[in-house]
Write a protein that binds this ligand. Sequence first.
Ligand code: ZN
Length: 468
Amino acid sequence: MELMKEEDFSIWYHKVLEEAGILDMRYPIKGMLIYRRWGLFIIREMQRFLEKRLEDVGHEPCLFPVLISEEVLEKETDHIAGFEEQVFWVTHAGKNLLERKLALRPTSETPMYESFSLWIRSHTDLPLKVHQSVSVYRYETKHTRPLIRGREFLWNEGHAAHATARGAAENVEEIKGIYRELITDFLCIPALIDRRPEWDKFPGAVETYAFDTLMPDGKTLQIGTAHNLGQNFSRVFNIQFETADGGKEYAYQSSYGPSFGRLLAALIGIHGDAKGLVLPPLVAPVQVVIVPIIFKKTEGEVAQILEYVRKVKDRLSSMGLRVEIDASDKRPGDKYYFWEMKGVPLRMEVGPRDLAAGKVVYARRDTGEKKELLFDELSQVSGIFEDIAASLRRKAEEKMNACQFAVKGYPEFESALGKGFVSAGWCGGKACADKIEETASILSVMDEPGVCVVCGKPGKAIRAAKTY
Ligand SMILES: [Zn+2]
């Protein structure tokens, strides 16, 4: 491939998606994708990890229908105002116009909370926490980008109801911790948590927190959000419960979701290199590829090497690893190129000398480093995997940290945009926010003081960036 992702990220990204078998982007509806084996496998690993962690802390899995009635979707006015331009409507059944049109879910607060009002009667029913991994549909009018901005995307959405405001706030904190595990521990992706400004909150929320990471082109990507909904939805959907002393109260709620597609986009963009994908071992569809190196091609040698290669594979498989043997007719160099492009973390080469010495040669995808292991040392592969993950995480963190700039005046602010996260100040005035948002997005307004980059008046510190 030998295409520098820093020079033209967009070209590199599309090429990797296609060549590595992540997606097929030729589906004839704009903004909709075909997920192929390599991409879907990684998404399913993320999903498995996240669902387990959510269920560990008391979420119940559920699955709601994809269609939402107009009446239910439009109950919460701020909420529907935030989504109305993006909703896909089903208006016909065969040739007949439906009496009430039906929406394809853009997110599931409204249908779920309609059910919460039936499920929640007493404080003993709380907290109630559910989650589902589904596709959602939003008619994006901006330029679509595979996995980043589409009209159908895969996510997990969690929804909770609590008896107290504190319960809801604590749940949001717990979710931030779980998302941090998924994003940084599991996928090795660094991210900052930003509290979104008033105008950029989730429609209907009291507070919105977002995980923002940095893509190689200097733009930030929002990969997950968690919202404290207060009692906004519970009042509209009448989610009331009987308190311990016999009174009535509205539940306090929160909702949250990471986009699996955006996480995959970040994973590809942040870890990949000129040769293609670089995958953290835990999510790689194939973790070790074994390439037999056969010189003489005498029948005896071929059989002996293949037998040894199978023994190596069996040993690794018995450790729970995903292993593939590439015994195709391609030349070894072509095989290396192919599996490097696919991001397989470890390649093992086995030739006649390795067979004789009872060893294998391995090459790390992330560093290119080559070393040997004796057959009896194959159990060390788990340790090598941990080392690869730690190294990917560290490299990505160093890179993101090097792309954080603190600026004072407007010219300095403007020239830092597009290079990463920019810390600055904002007075709180609308005109100055509008000026800033002509070229950037304000990701977060902080509690610390700051001097406005536009007018120079005192205000609060902000974090801004060019965003996807
Ligand atoms: Zn100002």
